[in-house]
Design a binder for this molecule. Structure first.
Ligand code: F6P
Length: 354
């Protein structure tokens, strides 16, 4: 017999498909022990304002295939530094007070490194926390995969597939920007899966002239179109994109727009750029993300049952394990330029512009 508990759960940071699968699994698993789960709205802000909802059976009905989060989320709220007008105030003690006055025994924090960093700080203030790693970026180092990544890659690949025929019909170069401010996982995977000719990621600084050469090679073999996949945080290795044909390109001009213009002017081909943006965060989670999210949600509750706190669930070697929350947030998981996936892309003739 396990003692009756009241668990809080929140989703923080940018949303991603699979969050509802985690919530549903946590509620169902907790219910198996006779526990109650309280949903906290809009990340840590819901604990600051005491904006909560009891997650009854009816609240989680039918949410498994739905993207987003029924709890709402924000990436603008750190209770340790709340912006109030022009001032910044530490309201973390208020959150701790509310956690106790709500009668909560433990807190499941579903989020990326930002959310887990805040969670760890609350763990230091005595809140028993379990982290669940989420982000389409797949950049949490302690886990092999975060849920949401698979769906985002699927969406990006589908978009690239759709761009192929129009690129071919018009003998055009399509420059597609995908998400990934600091890591290139989505670009790398969607680029390979979508048959890109060049993939530009933050981890491998690119020379735009090398990208143009890759485009030209395509036209030389009479494949008269090309697809260039750009992670939003891709880094030019030099300043060639700052000035195009003697004209200064404003640094505020988005990278993809500058890449598009440069390729058009250098190669003379017709070039179009597009930014997939938040489309990658939407939609129904893939089966992989539904299963992974469910495994994470159930495992988080089992850790609470076992009294193992201040840990984060993670996927390692195909198994769900738990890791120290602090270790989990210490560094981002970036693409290793020497990894086999990058090498595979190179073997397939994909240029990284280096
Ligand atoms: O971290 C997830 C992510 O989607 C990034 O890939 C992207 O750079 C960022 O969030 C966008 O954040 P926002 O929703 O604030 O525009």
């Amino acid at each position: 017999m396990v003692d009756k508990k009241r668990i809080g759960i929140l989703t923080g940071g940018g949303d991603c498909p699979g969050l509802n699968a985690v919530i549903r699994a946590a509620v169902k698993t907790a219910r198996g022990y006779g526990w109650e789960v309280i949903g906290i709205r809009n990340g840590f802000d819901g604990l600051r304002r005491v904006d909560t909802m009891r997650l009854s059976r009816s609240k989680i009905k039918g949410i498994l295939p739905i993207g987003g989060t029924i709890l709402g989320s924000t990436n603008q709220m750190d209770p340790f530094a709340v912006r109030l007008g022009g001032d910044v105030e530490d309201q973390s003690d208020l959150v701790v007070e509310n956690f106790h006055s709500e009668g909560l025994d433990a807190l499941i924090t579903v989020g990326g490194d930002g959310t887990q960093t805040i969670a760890w700080k609350f763990a230091q203030k005595g809140i028993p926390v379990i982290g669940v790693p989420k982000t389409i970026d797949n950049d949490v180092s302690a886990t092999e995969v975060t849920f949401g990544f698979d769906t985002a890659v699927e969406t990006a690949t589908d978009a690239i597939d759709k761009l192929h025929p129009t690129a071919e019909s018009h003998q055009r170069v399509m420059v597609v920007e995908v998400m990934g401010r600091t890591v290139g996982w989505i670009a790398l995977h969607a680029g390979i899966a979508g048959g890109a000719d060049a993939i530009l990621i933050p981890e491998i600084p690119f020379d735009i002239d090398k990208v143009c050469e890759a485009v030209e090679r395509r036209y030389e073999i009479e494949r008269n179109f090309a697809i260039v996949v750009v992670a939003e945080g891709a880094k030019p290795a030099n300043d060639k994109l700052d000035e195009i044909h003697g004209e200064k390109t404003a640094m505020q001009t988005p990278l993809t727009a500058r890449i598009t213009k440069y390729i058009a002017e250098k190669t003379g081909h017709s070039v179009r750029g597009m930014v997939l943006g938040h489309l990658q965060r939407g939609g129904s989670p893939t089966t992989y993300d539904r299963v992974l999210g469910s495994r994470y949600g159930a495992a988080a509750v089992r850790l609470i049952r076992d009294g193992e706190f201040n840990r984060m669930v993670a996927l390692r070697g195909g198994q769900i394990v738990s890791v120290d929350l602090h270790d989990a947030i210490e560094q981002l998981k970036t693409v290793d330029p020497a990894c086999d996936t990058v090498q595979t892309a190179r073997d397939l003739g994909i240029s990284f512009g280096d």
